[in-house]
Design a protein around this ligand. Sequence first.
Ligand code: GDP
Ligand code: MG
Length: 186
Amino acid sequence: MGLLDRLSGLLGLKKKEVHVLCLGLDNSGKTTIINKLKPSNAQSQDIVPTIGFSIEKFKSSSLSFTVFDMSGQERYRNLWEHYYKEGQAIIFVIDSSDSLRMVVAKEELNTLLNHPDIKHRRIPILFFANKMDLRNAVTSVKVSQLLCLENIKDKPWHICASDAIKGEGLQEGVDWLQDQIQAVKT
Ligand SMILES: Nc1nc2c(ncn2[C@@H]2O[C@H](COP(=O)(O)OP(=O)(O)O)[C@@H](O)[C@H]2O)c(=O)[nH]1
Ligand SMILES: [Mg+2]
């Protein structure tokens, strides 16, 4: 660490770095959400399907987030677990309008929760019930019922309804995540 880095850390100018995993089925809106959280001059105009994963950065008022935006496509989902150890928080995105694949999302969530690198950790999980703008979207309460979130007893979790295109609901989620991470670190 350089002298400037050390100084700015001591003076509280440097934001704490946290590693976050962004997971969920393909097409749920992960990349759109992460893109919207970046400063407007760093946002991409075109969101293309993620191949493998990409590493993105955004900041909240007191934290600097490094996000592993993982591809949700089936053939890449086995990549997720290699990053579990690194992650200090999880953002799990659900397409609230995709009732057909809700059960697949639930299976992927359960596989995640039972993974040895996740199972015994109090890692905070932020759920985005995304695509709330679509006519056939179910409510965030319904999403949490369909995914049986009330069964998660040993990790802090929170669900936010979101519309990633307009950016609605995202800040509430990030504020919650920031509070959780700071609660652990202090
Ligand atoms: N209507 C609507 N479309 C969305 C929303 N979020 C993402 N999308 C669209 O859903 C598609 C998949 O988004 P993307 O971010 O690539 O999903 P990912 O595969 O989970 O990373 C894109 O066409 C997005 O524009 C949303 O909140 N509402
Ligand atoms: Mg993506």
